[in-house]
Design a protein around this ligand. Structure first.
Ligand SMILES: Nc1nc2c(ncn2[C@@H]2O[C@H](COP(=O)(O)OP(=O)(O)OP(=O)(O)O)[C@@H](O)[C@H]2O)c(=O)[nH]1
Length: 339
């Protein structure tokens, strides 16, 4: 009997030019401006990044705009990035940022939240302001800033939710009032709206950010996004979807089989592939389709990212210059036509 052919996952995901690479909205820009204005009144910036995309969810605009203040980096949703403690990955990430303080949190873990409070208290004590210490959250949309604020208040003050949270980006759209997270010493925390990066370097980064919910779900076709998810799941463990289909690189095949088995059918019993894609994406987001990191985490990954950014900065400027030149040429040709 012939032995079954071993499954070979795709090694790369092709760039898709039609995918938008921008999601920098008006309230992102105004939020960042307001944060800059408030900088003088805060002692610590708690910058949140999603542990599943430790590089892609970093926004270099915070480093450029929120300067001169102590910063702690909190990698949120660590429970969704790994089934159990993955100390090696965390140590690599800590090394990227040395000597900056780096913590990893699951907002439902009191022991994780206590570590954030301890560091915030150390800062507050060193400042020793009789009026109390103010701190500010910062981060990309939907990375879990408001959930962290609620968790800090729950653990630090024994009090209930102060900020609204939600599974879609943009739940917090403006800077509200400060919330007390600790009374001895007195620490007040400011929640802020998520701020997206103006230029996403490539389609794969955009797909990663969409997969973890940093951009609105309507921005990218769910079947394309689910195909990217399939690509990633196959690299981790194709058995993760074995309840619906054997290992495959064919998204239509997986979606059709899953739709038939879960009853996601449209008119005439036709498998509803879009609804099924959305459902599978939600399963990944809630940790039910594997818990794994989408970015490459190795000792040099952070430096590589910074180098890429420097190049991107150049090309972004070039793009702006070219667009300006195009507009000027267009204006000039209109004017000469009028002559
Ligand atoms: N599993 C898990 N889910 C989390 C964690 N932190 C936040 N979430 C979920 O992530 C989603 C987004 O959380 P929010 O706190 O609203 O995110 P945000 O950064 O304030 O979002 P914006 O309003 O866009 O700025 C919600 O569905 C939260 O329940 C975490 O540590 N673990």
């Amino acid at each position: 009997m012939a032995s079954p052919v071993a499954f070979i996952p795709r090694a790369t995901f092709p760039p898709i030019e039609s995918i938008v690479k921008s999601y920098f909205l008006g309230h992102h820009k105004s939020g960042l401006t307001k944060m800059r204005q408030l900088l003088g009144s805060v002692e610590l910036i708690i910058e949140c990044r999603d542990y599943r995309v430790p590089l892609s969810s970093r926004n270099p605009m915070f480093e450029k705009n929120l300067i001169g203040r102590e910063r702690m980096i909190v990698y949120t949703k660590r429970d969704l990035g790994a089934e159990s403690l993955d100390e090696k990955t965390r140590e690599t990430i800590r090394r990227w940022h040395r000597p900056q303080k780096v913590l990893f949190t699951d907002c439902n873990s009191d022991s994780d939240i206590k570590k954030v409070i301890k560091y915030a208290k150390d800062i507050a004590k060193s400042v020793d302001n009789v009026l109390g210490t103010r701190m500010m959250l910062a981060g990309m949309p939907n990375v879990g800033k408001s959930s962290l604020l609620n968790a800090l208040r729950r653990v630090g003050m024994g009090k209930g939710k102060a900020a609204i949270t939600g599974g879609q980006p943009g739940v917090t759209r403006s800077i509200g009032t400060t919330v007390r997270i600790c009374s001895d010493p007195d620490i007040m925390l400011l929640d802020t709206p998520g701020v997206f990066i103006p230029y996403v370097p490539n389609t794969e980064t955009m797909l990663k950010l969409a997969l973890v919910g940093c951009v609105k779900d309507t921005l990218i076709d769910p079947i394309t996004l689910c195909d990217y998810l399939l690509f990633r799941v196959n690299l981790v463990d194709p058995k993760l979807y074995s309840a619906y289909n054997p290992p495959t690189n064919d998204i239509t095949q997986l979606l059709t089989a899953t739709a038939l088995q879960t009853g996601r059918l449209g008119k005439g019993g036709v498998p509803d592939l879009t609804a099924t894609a959305i459902w599978l994406i939600q399963r990944y987001r809630s940790g039910d389709l594997g818990r794994f990191i989408l970015d490459d985490v190795d000792p040099e990954a952070f430096d590589r990212r910074i180098q890429e950014e420097a190049k991107e900065g150049l090309s972004a400027n070039q793009m702006r210059k070219e667009a300006k030149a195009e507009r000027a040429a267009h204006k000039a040709s209109k004017a000469s036509n009028l002559d």
